[in-house]
Design a protein around this ligand. Structure first.
Ligand code: T5A
Length: 223
């Protein structure tokens, strides 16, 4: 645990959260390019997935023909993938002093699986503590937009591919999900930054960069 605390002094962990099609992967890619242009070593990744084993679990969870697992099985699969992702990619990258930028992380489990209400929130919190420990994000962007707009974008991006079990949920679930994410952001304003994702991708990128350049400057001043 000591080694990891030291690692967090050096690396920086940014996550993107939000509903389906809110533009997270688009912004992860744009942010990685901007960081690399500044010669900041940064790794872009995603959940579920981000390491070979975790990508295999992703395929199970998102299999369009499999339907959803039972609530507890689903939570444990997301956390099994996350444990792999943390040990194989996130912690080693932060230990080198580099940045990790992830499309979703544990807040997605709190939002999606927490919203189902079939898992006791205390149990969910205990699993999060066990797996994530001190490796919490330093900064989380919530890309916020109406559920219907996000689903429309996700559908356009998917084309003819089959829809996964999460996107298949009723629109009311996605509407509630947006509320859940906004509530989570409000309860921890020092970590979350809410971005209006109805703007163009360029405008969203610019707003994210304004926040991050402030953080980069502050980190340089600390060194
Ligand atoms: N899940 C995940 C859980 O239930 N629990 C968990 O713990 C975790 C980690 C993952 C699913 O798993 C669930 C949540 C998800 O349902 P996924 O396929 O990775 O499945 O789904 P998403 O993370 O939602 O990814 P999407 O690709 O659907 O959405 P993104 O990444 O938010 O959006 P993006 O960037 O791909 O953009 C979608 C389309 O919109 C365009 C893009 O070009 C693209 O075509 N776009 C814009 N259009 C207009 N204006 C903008 N500003 C735009 N930005 C992007």
């Amino acid at each position: 645990m000591k080694a990891f605390s030291d690692a967090r002094m050096r690396g920086y962990f940014v996550t993107f959260e939000g509903g389906e099609g809110s533009g997270k992967s688009t912004q992860v890619n744009r942010l990685i390019s901007r960081l690399q242009a500044l010669r900041i070593n940064a790794v872009g990744t995603r959940e579920p997935g981000g390491s070979p084993g975790a990508e295999k679990i992703r395929a199970l969870l998102l299999d369009p023909n499999a339907g959803r697992f039972t609530s507890m099985a689903e939570v444990l699969l997301f956390y099994a993938a996350r444990a792999e992702h943390l040990d194989k990619l996130i912690r080693p990258t932060l230990s080198r002093g580099d940045w990790v930028v992830s499309d979703r992380f544990s807040d997605s489990t709190r939002a999606y699986q927490g919203l189902d209400g079939r898992i006791n929130p205390a149990d969910l919190a205990a699993i999060e503590k066990l797996v994530v420990g001190e490796t919490r994000p330093d900064l989380t962007f919530l890309l916020d937009l109406p559920a219907a707009e996000g689903l429309k974008r996700a559908q356009m991006r998917r084309g003819d591919a089959q829809v996964d079990p999460f996107e298949q949920q009723a629109v009311s679930y996605h509407v509630a999900l947006r509320g859940q994410f906004r509530m989570m952001a409000q309860s921890e304003p020092e970590r979350w930054v809410v971005i209006d994702a109805t703007q163009t991708a360029d405008a969203v990128e610019k707003e994210i960069w304004q926040v991050l350049s402030g953080r980069i400057k502050a980190r340089k001043e600390l060194k």
